[in-house]
Design a protein. Sequence first.
Length: 140
Amino acid sequence: MNNSAHRFVWPVRVYYEDTDSGGVVYYANYLKFMERARTEWLRSIGFEQDRLLEQDGIIFAVRQVEVGYHQPAHFNDALEVSASLSQKGRASLSFYQEVVRSSNLQLLCKGVIKIACVDIKNMRPTPIPKKLMMEIPDVD
């Protein structure tokens, strides 16, 4: 499932605001970390979400999420959040993502996130623009 040849990794530091009253990262914040990694992945292939909205009238919206939690992260932990494209469709992309602790690469959380390309005018799925599709690596 994980296409390591196209694995993108983004570092994240856990801040106090990311934790709950027990000092553990609040479960929903892992989704925020994954979102940041996907945004930075897109940036790494030369595309900014605000420009895609302005120039092409599209946004990417999360359509489906499947997440598994394995170990907790804590305040001030250094994390690595990966994003690997696992499926490339005409109007959607699926990513396999992991959050690991940087110090020992212990798996904390993993998930599969499917995003859809959406036309901002009618909020309906639309094909991914050709200029972007050409830069998105093929999935093995």
